[in-house]
Design a binder for this molecule. Structure first.
Ligand code: SF4
Length: 476
């Protein structure tokens, strides 16, 4: 089955590579903030995994107290600028807004971006820090990985007075926010402002430092009182088909699009294998670089792992979809890709994920002509975890409710511990808070200034149930 949509449009900001949604003007923000009912026991707040006090930050926008609004957000979620852009708000806060039933829900994500951007642009850049390090506790913590979980944990630990060293293997800190989220959703400068904010708390950010094995973890444990691992996931898995070496890696493609969008040269006809959010991001970038893009997915539209709004966005961009199609070989001539050999699939009985199992239809092979094929079929589980000697659960790092691993003095969070299906930035941020509070308690500081409401873990579990129904696993 093939779905061919309308031709693409340029972003409302006027560029194919700029952030998709323009910032709100002061007038727009005031109008929107004044629509909020400031609900008691607000459902939007209950739906936020980091439990941001949404009615309070919106009320502060309506009274022109933007710095206060940003404080309300950032106290609950240090990566409020990133989450304002990348959170699936339709599924979370905005999806729960009481105005959604009869009217438009409040544009909570855009209001959050308005307040946090104002802080970062007008306060942080003038050295007016929002937070200060806590009174020194005499304890030190190493945080490995500077993605959302690592930065969140580092910030909360620093606020509690611990000396924090944040280790990042890449050249730039920020992890997925810096390298893995397309510019249309989050420009690099937003991620870098959050890195600067954690530096301003006294966190030592050391880039180009990679943890590769148990011996190095032992050294970190000898040098520090505790270690937090925000390792993320691995590479895009291999498909095991002939010609595999000619496939482009979806994550590397997105990274190239982010670092040098004008250098992106996909073939005129580009295929993207997969139907998760990362696959849609890769397809969007190829489309905006001028390619005719078709996404190839072995299941049907109903089993896609991308959020519905992402799918609608892809259709709006002009991306076509070929469902029930399994690639079986990459065809080449003289080292250049000429096509993708595929087989038609039919849906059978449910598999382990609960979705109908796709099965090949005998004799249905066909070729889709193309010049570029991008593989975006999920990510491998964190391979490093096993090397570190951590106990695993379904290939992910086993942790308890406090995010403590099987190793003494080692905690973990983020995508590497998400046993149930798709992970998200906001879940990783919450992991950082939970782990920081647990580390603080273990180090005898009682969690310091880290604010955690007791009901938050239940909500995290609630979201986990949601993500369980929307898994994004390799070969999904
Ligand atoms: Fe405002 Fe909607 Fe939240 Fe109520 S549910 S406080 S109207 S954003």
């Amino acid at each position: 089955m093939t779905h061919s949509p309308a031709p693409p449009e340029v972003s409302p900001t006027g560029s194919a590579w700029q952030e998709l949604l323009p910032p709100m003007s002061a007038h727009e923000a005031a109008l929107e903030a004044n629509r909020c009912l400031y609900c008691y026991d607000a459902p939007c707040m209950q739906a936020c995994p980091t439990h941001i006090d949404i009615p309070t930050f919106i009320r502060k926008i309506s009274t022109q107290n933007l710095r206060g609004s940003a404080r309300t957000i950032l106290e609950a979620n240090f990566l409020g600028g990133t989450c304002a852009r990348v959170c699936p708000v339709q599924e979370l806060c905005e999806g729960a807004c009481v105005l959604g039933a009869d009217h438009q829900p409040i544009a909570i994500g855009r209001l959050q971006r308005y307040a946090v951007d104002h802080y970062h642009e007008y306060s942080q850049e003038r050295g007016l820090a929002m937070f200060v390090p806590g009174a020194p506790s005499g304890k030190s913590v190493a945080v490995v990985g500077s993605g959302p979980a690592g930065i969140s944990a580092a910030a909360e630990l620093a606020k509690a007075g611990h000396a924090v060293t944040l280790l990042e293997k890449r050249e730039l800190a920020g992890g997925l926010s810096t390298y893995g989220i397309v510019t249309l959703r989050e420009p690099i400068k937003v991620a870098q402002r959050e890195v600067e904010a954690v530096r301003a708390l006294g966190v030592q950010v050391q880039t180009g430092r990679e943890l590769t094995g148990a011996a190095e973890l032992d050294i970190l444990l000898a040098e520090h009182d505790a270690v937090f691992l925000g390792l993320g996931l691995g590479a895009v898995p291999a498909m095991g088909i002939p010609g595999e070496e000619h496939l482009l890696d979806g994550l590397e493609f997105i990274e190239a699009a982010k670092l040098n969008p004008h250098g992106l040269k996909p073939g005129r006809r580009t295929l993207v294998i997969g139907a998760g959010n990362t696959a849609i991001d890769a397809a969007t970038m190829a489309c905006r670089a001028g390619a005719e893009v078709t996404m190839v997915y072995r299941r049907s539209e109903r089993e896609m792992t991308a959020y519905r709004h992402e799918y609608d966005f892809a259709l709006h961009e002009g991306i076509a979809f070929t469902f029930l199609t399994q690639p079986i070989a990459v065809l080449t001539e003289g080292g250049r890709v000429t096509g993708l050999k595929c087989v038609r699939m039919a849906l059978g009985t449910p598999d382990a994920s609960g979705r109908a199992r796709p099965e090949p239809v005998q004799g249905s092979e066909f070729v889709i002509e193309c010049e570029t094929v991008i593989r975006a079929i999920g990510q491998e589980k964190p391979a490093l975890a096993e090397l570190l000697g951590l106990e695993l659960e379904g290939g992910y790092i086993r942790v308890n409710a406090d995010l403590q691993t099987s190793l003494p003095r080692v905690w973990a969070g983020g995508d590497g511990v998400r046993v149930r299906g798709s992970a998200s930035t906001v879940m990783a941020v919450q992991d950082g808070k939970i782990a920081a509070a647990a580390i603080g308690a273990a180090l005898g500081s009682g969690g310091g200034r880290v604010q955690l409401k007791p009901e938050v873990p239940a909500e995290v579990r609630q979201l986990a149930l949601y993500t369980e129904a929307h898994p994004e696993a390799p070969h999904a």
